[in-house]
Write a protein that binds this ligand. Structure first.
Ligand SMILES: [Zn+2]
Length: 368
C-alpha cells in the first residue's frame, strides 16, 4: 500500500512539474510569435578566403632558425607581418616581425633566440599591409622545432632488502625528491597515448617503470601526493603478465587499480621477461603480452620495453606488427631524426640508487 501511495505522490509531483513548465513556455512563446514576421532571414556567415601559403626553409631536429616566406598572394602588399608564438606559452609569448622583402616572398629570418631558444611548436599568423595601410589577414601555419624527450627508466621504488640488483632500487624518499624537482620546474609528465602533445607542452618527460614490481605502488602514492591543479603526473608501467600475483610483483587487482588511477598507463614487457632475440616463441611473447594486459586493464597497449634491452632486426620487425613504440636501455633523450624504426628503438635515461639529485637534474635538463 505504502509503495502505491509513494508512486501516486511522485507521479502527481512530476505532473505538476510538467504542467508548470508547459505553462511557462506558453507564456514566453507569445512575444516571439508576434516578432517572427519582422525578423530578417539569418544572413549567411561571410566566408573569409585567406590568401597565401606560409612556407619556410627546411629544418632538421638540430635547427635553431629558418626563414619564413609567404607565397601565392593574390593582392599586392607592401609589407607582411608575421605574428609568432610558442604553443606551450600561449599567445602571451607572441612576437610580431615584419618583412618588406616583396621580391623574395616577404622572406623573414626567424631565430629561436627571440624566444630564449625554447623549442616546440610555434604558431604563425600573417597579416598583409596594402599601400593605403589596409590590413588583410593572410594564411596561418605552425612550425615545429622538436623538443628532446627524456624517457626515465626506473625499476623498484623501495629501500633495498637484499633481493635483486641493488642499483635498481630507488628509495621512495629519493624518488619523491626527483618527482618534486620535475613538479617545481615545470615539467609535463606524459604517456605514449599523448605522444602528439610532446611539442605542444613545456618540458615533456616520460616516467617508466620496468618489471611490474609490487613496490611500484609506492610510486603511485607519491604521484597522488604531489598531484594538484598544475601538476598532473602520469607514468608507464612495463610489466610481464606471467609474474603477476607472485611474491614481489603486482597483483591483477593492483594493475587494475593503477590503470584506473588516471596516472598509470600499463604496457608490455613481454609475457615472461623474455630475452627476445634468443627465445623460440619470440612473436608469442610480443603479441600475447599485449592481449593479456589489454584484457586486464581494458585499455590499449601500444608500447613495449625490450627485456634487458635486448633486440635484433627480427625482434624490431615483429614488434612493428603490434606496437607503435618500443623502448630500449640505450642511453639518451629521444628526438626524431628520420632514422629507420626510430620509434621502435627509443633511448631512455636510467635512474639508479646511486643517482644523485644533481645527476638527475643534469639528465633531464632541456636541450636547447
Ligand atoms: Zn625488465
Amino acid at each position: 500500500m505504502k509503495k502505491v501511495l509513494m508512486i501516486v505522490l511522485l507521479s502527481s509531483l512530476a505532473l505538476t512539474g510538467c504542467n508548470t513548465t508547459i505553462a511557462k513556455l506558453k507564456r514566453e512563446e507569445k512575444p516571439s510569435q508576434t516578432a517572427v514576421k519582422s525578423e530578417p532571414e539569418p544572413e549567411p556567415k561571410p566566408v573569409i578566403v585567406t590568401q597565401g601559403i606560409v612556407t619556410w626553409d627546411p629544418i632538421t631536429y638540430e635547427s635553431k632558425s629558418t626563414t619564413l616566406y609567404i607565397k601565392d598572394l593574390k593582392d599586392t602588399f607592401t609589407e607582411v607581418q608575421y605574428h609568432v608564438w610558442r604553443m606551450a606559452d600561449g599567445t602571451g609569448s607572441k612576437k610580431v616581425f615584419s618583412s618588406k622583402d616583396r621580391a623574395n616572398n616577404f622572406a623573414l629570418p626567424l631565430s629561436l633566440q627571440a624566444f630564449d631558444f625554447k623549442r616546440g611548436e610555434y604558431q604563425i599568423e600573417t597579416v598583409g599591409l596594402k599601400e593605403d595601410n589596409q590590413q588583410v589577414p593572410l594564411a596561418k601555419s605552425a612550425i615545429t622545432f622538436q623538443q628532446y624527450v627524456p624517457i626515465l627508466m626506473y625499476h623498484g621504488i623501495d629501500e633495498y632488502h637484499g633481493h635483486g640488483i641493488k642499483s635498481l632500487f630507488v628509495s621512495p624518499a629519493k624518488f619523491e625528491a626527483q618527482m618534486k624537482y620535475l613538479k617545481d620546474n615545470g615539467y609535463t609528465l606524459l604517456t605514449f597515448e599523448n605522444w602528439s602533445d610532446i611539442n605542444k607542452v613545456n618540458k615533456p618527460i616520460f616516467i617508466t617503470f620496468d618489471d611490474g614490481l609490487k613496490d611500484n605502488i609506492n610510486a603511485l602514492a607519491i604521484f597522488q601526493k604531489l598531484k594538484d591543479d598544475h601538476f598532473q603526473p602520469t607514468a608507464t608501467e612495463y610489466l610481464f603478465p606471467n609474474a603477476l600475483n607472485t611474491p614481489g610483483f603486482l597483483t591483477t587487482d593492483d594493475v587494475k587499480m593503477m590503470a584506473n588511477s588516471g596516472i598509470f598507463s600499463v604496457q608490455s614487457h613481454t609475457l615472461n621477461h623474455a630475452n627476445l632475440p634468443f627465445v623460440p616463441n619470440m612473436e608469442e611473447e610480443i603479441r600475447d603480452s599485449k592481449t593479456r594486459i589489454e584484457e586486464i586493464t581494458g585499455k590499449p597497449v601500444i608500447s613495449i620495453a625490450y627485456p634487458v634491452g635486448l633486440y635484433d632486426d627480427r625482434v624490431v620487425e615483429t614488434t612493428k606488427k603490434y606496437y607503435q613504440f618500443a623502448v630500449t636501455t640505450n642511453k639518451g633523450q629521444f628526438i626524431e631524426k628520420n632514422k629507420p624504426n626510430e620509434y621502435l628503438l627509443m633511448e631512455r635515461v636510467g635512474v639508479f640508487d646511486f643517482t644523485t639529485l644533481d645527476q638527475f637534474i643534469a639528465s633531464v635538463r632541456e636541450k636547447k
